[in-house]
Design a protein around this ligand. Structure first.
Ligand code: ZN
Length: 134
């Protein structure tokens, strides 16, 4: 296992990108819109780890709700695993609450993810992710 990325919820993606890219000088890897999650994201590379900025595109998106309740800031940590199905199964057997019953394919099939509920992780939403065919 290794740390893959930090997810940061922001109000305005363009403004946030301006800071991380132009002021801080981080390398912008990709920007994409994920309509099914109602978010727009920008991904930066920092050494072996990524920073994922997320902006909600509608008021009922989980990111928008997070920002209006708690303000901008760290939304989740993501740990990369070899087999997200196997890890999900093992956690579920131990009674750990997961967000998806079946891990979800995202990014056009490039990533398979699940989330561990913050009540199990002592307060942090924890994404477990498998990078498929990379
Ligand atoms: Zn993430």
């Amino acid at each position: 296992m290794k740390l893959d990325h930090l997810g940061i919820a922001v109000k305005n993606l363009d403004e946030a990108v301006r800071f991380y890219k132009d002021v801080l000088g981080l390398e912008l890897i990709e920007r994409e819109e994920v309509p099914e999650e109602r978010v727009r994201i920008a991904i930066f590379k920092v050494g072996d780890v990524f920073i994922e900025l997320l902006e909600g595109t509608s008021e009922d998106s989980a990111i928008s709700r997070f920002v209006s309740k708690r303000g901008e800031g760290i939304h989740h940590l993501a740990i990369r695993v070899d087999d997200v199905e196997e890890v999900s199964k093992r956690l579920r057997e131990r009674g750990v609450p997961l967000v998806y019953d079946v891990p979800k394919l995202v990014a056009g099939g490039k990533r398979k993810i699940n989330f561990i509920h913050p009540k199990a992780t002592h307060g942090v939403l924890l994404e477990i992710l498998e990078r498929c065919g990379e």
